[in-house]
Ligand binder design. Structure first.
Ligand SMILES: [Zn+2]
Ligand SMILES: [Zn+2]
Length: 344
């Protein structure tokens, strides 16, 4: 048995003992070092669902995790007990057409930690100990704090979005949303050589952090929408826009400020809603999807380990699992927190 933070329904998160089966030959047992609370965890916590995926049974939350290997299956050679690891929450089948084509983030049989996308649900990593396949585990240096390693997952999402954005060297980039993913996209876009990056949000506090990280300009689209509208002149300004809010109104505004031939990358998950598709058509804007990541995960961990990406500005707090409710409330409060971590 192991203690885990399991969501039963909206606002019903219980820390309870759950059974942990024996590791398969290619699996390891990991003791949680730190787990970051993601927007999807907050959505399961607040609404009992994420997008179209509703909870149908209790599920352990958490997919931004790092920890220490405690046991290994019979065939495992890549890690040993005692190794500190960042754990990629993606567990693709490795055999379907997408996996074989090197796009395992689109795997037909994906098992992603803490996701109700399939039933039975895939249990997450907010668990004192949890199982992972050995190839999900990326060793990290002793000097790397667990919660920095736990940022490997959201950084991988951002890096994949940046990759889907195409060449950024010298480009003008707009990032809608200054939550963890938007801010990590800002760091990654800087690293990719973007010339000027503008960030938008509805809240001032995360925009202040965006400026600290290096946004040339930030726009609060709630209090000063005219400053974004100014970029609509001459058929739009930005070469690339990254949508990291999941709000239809934000997406609609992007089609107005991206120049013809520009590209919009959708990272946020949208509710059903209307988008100005005719602008997309008439401007031949490339509107590309970005779903999770694959080898970017290892790149993310390497960038964090080497200090080339510094996540310190977004690390808001770390709370013990016994105060999980408080942690979720804090994580949902955009005036006070960007990224909140849990630990046992
Ligand atoms: Zn996440
Ligand atoms: Zn597959």
């Amino acid at each position: 048995m192991t203690l885990a933070a399991r969501i039963h329904a909206a606002k019903d998160l219980r820390i309870e003992a759950i059974a942990l089966r024996e590791p398969e030959a290619d699996e390891v047992v990991v003791a949680l070092g730190a787990g970051g609370i993601c927007g999807s965890d907050l959505s399961y916590y607040g609404k009992g669902r994420v997008g179209d995926f509703s909870l149908r049974e209790p599920m352990v939350l958490g997919h931004e995790v790092a920890g220490t290997v405690t046991r290994v299956g019979r065939d495992v050679t890549s890690v040993r007990p005692g190794d500190r690891v960042a754990v990629d929450p993606s567990r693709p089948c490795l055999s379907c057409d997408y996996c074989r084509a090197g796009r395992s983030n689109l795997c037909r049989n994906m098992r992603f930690f803490g996701s109700a996308a399939i039933f039975p649900h895939v249990q997450g990593g907010f668990s004192e100990t949890f199982l992972a396949r050995a190839d999900q585990c990326v060793p990290i240096p002793d000097s790397m704090p667990m919660r920095v390693a736990a940022c490997g997952e959201p950084l991988a999402v951002a890096l994949h979005g940046i990759r889907r954005a195409g060449e950024l060297l010298g480009r003008h980039v707009l990032i809608a949303g200054a939550g963890p993913i938007g801010l990590l996209c800002l760091m990654a876009a800087k690293l990719a050589g973007a010339r000027r990056i503008v960030c938008t949000d509805l809240a001032d506090a995360p925009l202040a952090i965006a400026r600290e990280i290096g946004a040339a300009e930030t726009v609060n689209v709630a209090s000063e929408p005219e400053r974004l509208a100014a970029y609509e002149a001459d058929k739009g300004t930005f070469d690339v826009a990254l949508e990291a809010t999941g709000a239809p109104a934000a997406l609609a505004s992007l089609f107005r400020v991206v120049r013809p031939g520009g590209r919009v990358v959708q990272l946020g998950m949208m509710p059903p809603g209307d988008v100005p598709v005719n602008l997309l058509m008439a401007r031949e804007i490339d509107f590309v999807g970005a779903f999770r990541f694959h080898e970017e995960y290892r790149t993310a961990v390497a960038l964090l380990a080497a200090g080339r990406i510094d996540v310190a500005p977004i690390l808001s707090a770390e709370l013990p699992m016994s105060r999980a409710d408080e942690a979720f409330a804090l994580a949902a409060d955009r005036a006070r927190a960007i990224k909140v971590h849990l630990a046992f």
